[in-house]
Ligand binder design. Sequence first.
Ligand code: ZN
Length: 136
Amino acid sequence: MSDLKTINSCDKFAHVSIGNIEEFEGKQFIKDASGATSCEISFGTLPTGTSIPFFHSHKGNEENYIIIKGKGTFQVNDSVFDIAEGSVIRVATNCDRNLKCTSKEPLTYICIQAKEGSLDGYTMTDAEITDRENLM
Ligand code: ZN
């Protein structure tokens, strides 16, 4: 398990890090450190040939898995399909899910969990261009 570090934060942002993704192992939830209020984000890795030791389902939250590294298979209820680096898998509420690493390198992924149906405005329907001076 890697250590989650808070780099800097204030009332308007939180910057936390799991460190080098190549060295990351295990599972790390982020919400408590970042203070996120709209979703839970976790990083996970699975060594070759392993899967999460149980299936699980969510009552109110959908999950979006983003595969960062490695290859594997994903199961949702009775459907099984191949996944690889670059895959994004959205899983609805009230169904069973699991994933397995089939590559020689670990399968590394991010899971974003948020209330199903809660996305209202997004990108240009929610954002507005402001007059802030660029200090970078
Ligand atoms: Zn879950």
